[in-house]
Design a protein around this ligand. Structure first.
Ligand code: GAL
Length: 999
């Protein structure tokens, strides 16, 4: 026991250090609205911040009582309003670990509001008035008109206090003292910004005589009979008779506590979130209820709802807003839900605490499966081998049970909640077991989840985070490594499995989603997972020059922080979807569309769990070289979940075309839904039907012209070269600032850097000096009509490298002769480069990339291309890229990761045209295709940048024309790049590009 001091001093311990949940708060109960009066106390309060508790107490006791008050909005976090600063840590506590004690420096914010009751507020003596706080971090003491109502901990949990006889009609003084650090901080070590304050709503609630104290809706569904069952338990203040429940749509009236069988109800599911409006009426108030009939179970080792197995396509959602932190506005919660629905996400884990209650209302309404997680994490104890872990110390039992109870009581009436989670990363221990027992006893209708105890002794699902594909597959086959205890092993082996966190969406990535999804869709036991995480926690800030950016750990001068590890979401901080979200949408699409060009058919599979395909319309299109030639509607039968059908594509597909031809079939919403308009794309499939076309008709070869004088440039068609090292100098009149040459380096990604130095691929690359490759020119020769440059490209100190030959040729093109008016010399010519790369020696590691890097000094700012798009793609993140013709600016070609890194590569580019404002430019054709990045800074500058503002556009447009890239993986937390996507220097690589003027 490390905490003898704390124990013996218990009598004297301050309330904010005492592990107990607090004093004075009323018993937890369901969140509900009613026709009883409420008064929102949100708005501008007065506020002053003290560096320690003692300072706050002294100011209160002394002369300074009226000094130093400023205005602060409630709800908010004071650090986001100029008082103190936010701090980001992942695991390590930002204070010495000596539970339950805290540092003396404990920022303490006094909040004060003076308010009147509205004129029509009921008279004193008519019922009671409660004061509710929906969320205060991390501990607070409430006083009303000088009398203490109580103290509380449990930041993301509601507390209600009886306002009592102190409440006056006018001039009420509400004083709330909030401490940043408390015993609660030891159990709230979630990976996020430490942000204290009253960050959720504060409300005054009138409770009339005979009001509803609590209500618990039990609405089940029997899929065998199609009948619902309904029982509404309610405790009613001072009225033993209880209340009555009416459900007009079902013609139902029943007493509280009475069970009714309801034939023919439509069940609730995330896919068809059918809610029935009901009213609970007591002598004192009317409480509207929304009923969702559904039954959650584990049947034959599989999670089912209403008898149907689920496949969770989930995300972990922290509450986050770039300006408001965890004080998320309601409109933003709604935006989150709409974004999830529109990206085929069907489940949310409320990592790692219960969300604002309004978020769960939206999940009920729009349809999302929810794992509601208790406000508990003690991860930092891992650095002391879990000694003193509150999850196992009897001193903390009351606090932990209180956390479970406040969550369950508040959220128990939400049909969207199908699992209760005991918390996150809190090791193992008796208090977790006690929480599980408490929850099971109170609400046996939902499953219990906790990832941190792999024995699963107290849970109903086997849950893991970041398990590799290989391990997940073994679990899918119920062939995982056994537990030591045979009883527990047998029990766990029979449980369903989810990955409560996987695919760490930090920076560029995550890779490997497709392979996980394939496993989830193959093995019945694997019921999907939750990508880590929904949104980057980047706080909006400005640099010294006033340019906006998103701040991460360290940007506020914090001595201890975890850098950009908080920027690991599928959304950028401003909620712009990242390429990772678009990839996830494609990977988890609920309709499989597999176009078979040879058979002129499409196989459509319904991958929903519950609904058929009647809500979708299907359309086909035929594109030649990215231009739509024909399109139409496609009749697809209303397949039931799991069914598939082969549908013939129309005659139009038989037409002959010139050029590369692709067929696309899309599934879109047939009508407006609550979450997206008709026409919103849900799923798509594409196949190449013809081509690729020969993009060039061979023209007459042009021979190189050697310079008459030594030192002069050599000319080949539209280009000039340095005869000494064979480097390209000008091309179609453009100044080539960086001549094309072999490049293997990329600005490393978060995933390349891995979780630490030891597991960092980027570090391995640097140890082998791949960021400093040397180019030795072995020869420049004119061979007939070719200019051939040979070189060896190798790292300093390395015994391995690449042997390269660059063969340059030029032809007259069919597009022009170069002699038309207005044409410049060389306009009707093309320059071709064939690159032949052979590994030399044993390569000890994969390559970051393999291709040509070059730079053009010209104001080219517009890119049009035919190939993969519209967004970036890498070998293992390319499902969302479709073949087409795309165009955008160079600026928009970049993906603005919060922490700059390799980004923006477009794959399978057949050709790209770069243009400037004057119309001039360059066309690059692939032989057969290349991956393209284009930016106004170098790879070195990109790598050195810490924020986007470090990157200033220069005069040179830097291009990477890649034959290949190493995959992305998800090694920042989880497995690295899977074998098929590794780029190894084992074989010869040949590829080429051609340069002409834009067409
Ligand atoms: C998990 C943890 C999350 C987050 C993630 C990495 O271990 O549960 O809270 O830290 O790793 O971003």
């Amino acid at each position: 026991m490390i905490n003898t001091r704390g124990r013996s001093d218990r009598a004297k311990i301050a309330y904010y250090e005492d592990p107990s949940p607090g004093t004075g708060a009323l018993a937890p109960r369901a969140a509900f609205r009613s026709d009883a009066r409420t008064l929102s106390l949100n708005g501008d309060w007065r506020f002053r911040l003290f560096p320690t508790v003692a300072h706050a107490e002294a100011a209160e006791a002394g002369q300074g009582e009226e000094d130093g008050w400023e205005k602060l909005p409630v709800p908010s976090h004071w650090a986001l309003h100029g008082h103190g600063a936010p701090q980001y840590t992942n695991i390590r506590y930002p204070f010495p670990v000596d539970p339950p004690h805290l540092p003396t420096e404990n920022p303490t914010g006094d909040h004060r509001l003076v308010f009147d009751l509205p004129a029509d507020w009921p008279e004193p003596g008519d019922g009671r008035t409660l004061l509710r706080f929906d969320g205060v971090e991390s501990c607070y003491r409430v006083r009303l008109n000088g009398r203490e109502l109580g103290t509380a901990k449990g930041s993301r949990l509601p507390h209600e206090f009886d306002a009592g006889p102190q409440l006056r009609r006018h001039g009420n003084v509400l004083s709330v003292r909030v401490h940043q650090w408390s015993s609660g901080s030891y159990v709230e070590d979630q990976d996020m910004w430490w942000l204290a304050g009253i960050f959720r709503a504060v409300t005054l609630l009138h409770r009339p005589e005979a009001a509803v104290e609590d209500v618990f809706v039990h609405a089940g569904y029997d899929h065998r009979t199609g009948h619902g069952t309904l029982r509404v338990d309610a405790s009613v203040d001072a009225v033993p008779a209880g209340g009555r429940v009416t459900v007009p749509e079902l013609g139902l009236t029943l007493a509280t506590g009475e069970t009714a069988t309801v034939p023919g109800v439509q069940p609730w599911s995330a896919e068809a979130p059918r809610l029935y409006e009901a009213t609970l009426t007591t002598g004192g108030e009317r409480v509207p209820l929304r009923l969702g009939f559904r039954t959650v179970a584990v049947e034959d080792g599989v999670i089912t709802v209403n008898g149907r197995p689920l496949l969770l396509r989930g995300v972990n959602r922290h509450e986050f807003h770039p300006d408001h932190g965890r004080a998320v506005p309601h409109a933003t919660m709604r935006e989150d839900v709409l974004l999830m629905k529109r990206h085929n996400i069907n489940a949310v884990r409320t990592s790692h605490y219960p969300p604002d209650p309004a978020f769960l209302d939206l999940c009920d309404e729009f349809g999302l499966w929810v794992i509601d997680e208790a406000d508990l994490e003690t991860h930092g104890f891992i650095y002391g081998d879990w000694r003193g872990n509150p999850a196992d110390d009897p001193d903390w039992e009351e606090a932990l049970i209180d956390r479970a109870a406040r969550m369950v009581e508040r959220d128990k009436n939400h049909p969207s909640v199908i699992m209760w989670s005991l918390g996150n990363e809190s090791g193992t221990g008796r208090n977790l077991a006690a929480m599980s027992r408490w929850i099971r006893d109170r609400d046996p209708s939902r499953l219990i989840h906790y990832e941190g105890d792999w024995s699963c002794e107290h849970t109903d699902v086997y849950s893991r985070m970041y398990a590799s594909h290989e391990e997940v597959e073994a679990i899918g086959r119920r062939a995982e490594k056994p537990l030591d205890d045979p009883r527990l092993d047998a029990r766990r082996r029979a449980l369903p499995f989810i990955q409560c966190e996987y695919a760490h969406a930090m920076g560029n990535g995550p890779g490997g989603l497709t392979e996980y999804q394939r496993l989830f869709e193959t093995y019945e036991r694997l019921q999907g997972g939750f990508v880590w995480e929904w949104i980057d926690h980047g706080l909006r800030a400005r640099d010294a020059a006033g340019r906006p950016y998103f701040a991460y750990g360290g940007d506020f001068g914090e001595p201890l922080h975890d850098g950009n590890f908080c920027a690991d979401g599928l959304l950028f901080p401003d909620r712009t979807p990242s390429p990772g979200l678009l990839e996830y949408k494609k990977v988890v699409e609920p309709v499989g569309i597999c176009v078979d060009a040879a058979a002129r058919t499409v196989r459509v599979t319904n991958k929903y769990d519950v609904i058929d395909l009647t809500g979708l319309a299907f359309c086909w299109s035929r594109e030649v070289e990215g231009r739509r030639e024909a399109e139409g509607a496609l009749d697809v039968p209303p397949l039931a979940p799991g069914e598939s059908a082969e549908v013939a594509l129309p005659e139009a597909f038989a037409a002959e075309s010139e050029g590369e031809e692709w067929w696309t079939v899309r599934a879109v919403l047939a009508a407006d839904t609550a979450w997206a308009p008709a026409g919103h794309e849900v799923a798509w499939g594409q196949a190449r039907a013809r081509g690729p076309a020969v993009t060039r008709t061979p023209g007459a070869r042009i021979a190189p012209v050697s310079a008459p004088r030594a030192g002069d440039l050599l000319t080949l068609g539209p280009a000039t070269f340095d005869p000494l090292d064979g480097s390209l100098r000008t091309l179609h009149g453009l100044h080539i600032a960086v001549p094309p040459r072999l490049n293997v380096w990329r600005a490393t990604t978060d995933n390349d850097r891995g979780p630490d130095e030891a597991r960092s691929l980027a570090a391995l690359w640097r140890r082998h000096a791949l960021d400093r490759m040397r180019h030795r020119c072995d020869g420049v020769a004119v061979e007939g009509e070719s200019l051939v440059v040979t070189a060896r490209v190798a790292p300093p100190g390395g015994f391995f490298g690449l042997l390269v030959s660059y063969r340059w040729t030029s032809e007259r093109t069919s597009e022009g002769t170069g002699e038309r008016p207005g044409e410049r010399p060389g306009d009707g010519t093309r320059l071709d480069l064939a690159v032949d790369i052979a590994p030399d020696g044993e390569w000890p590691c994969p390559l970051p990339r393999l291709g040509l890097a070059m730079g053009v000094r010209a104001p080219l700012d517009w890119i049009e291309w035919y190939g993969g798009g519209p967004g970036e793609s890498y070998p293992d993140t390319r499902r969302a890229a479709r073949t087409g013709r795309w165009a955008t600016t160079v600026e928009e070609f970049q993906t603005p990761y919060v922490f700059p890194q390799e980004n923006g590569s477009r794959g399978d580019v057949r050709w790209a045209e770069l243009r400037g404002p004057d119309g001039g430019g360059l066309r690059i054709e692939g032989r057969p295709a290349f991956a393209l990045t284009a930016r106004r800074w170098t790879t070195e500058q990109l790598e050195a940048a810490r924020h986007p503002y470090d990157l200033t556009p220069g005069e040179v447009l830097h291009l990477d024309l890649d034959a290949a890239q190493h995959g992305i993986g998800t090694a920042s937390c989880g497995p690295g790049v899977l074998a098929p996507y590794e780029l190894r220097a084992t074989e010869r690589t040949r590829f080429g590009v051609g340069f002409t003027l834009p067409r």
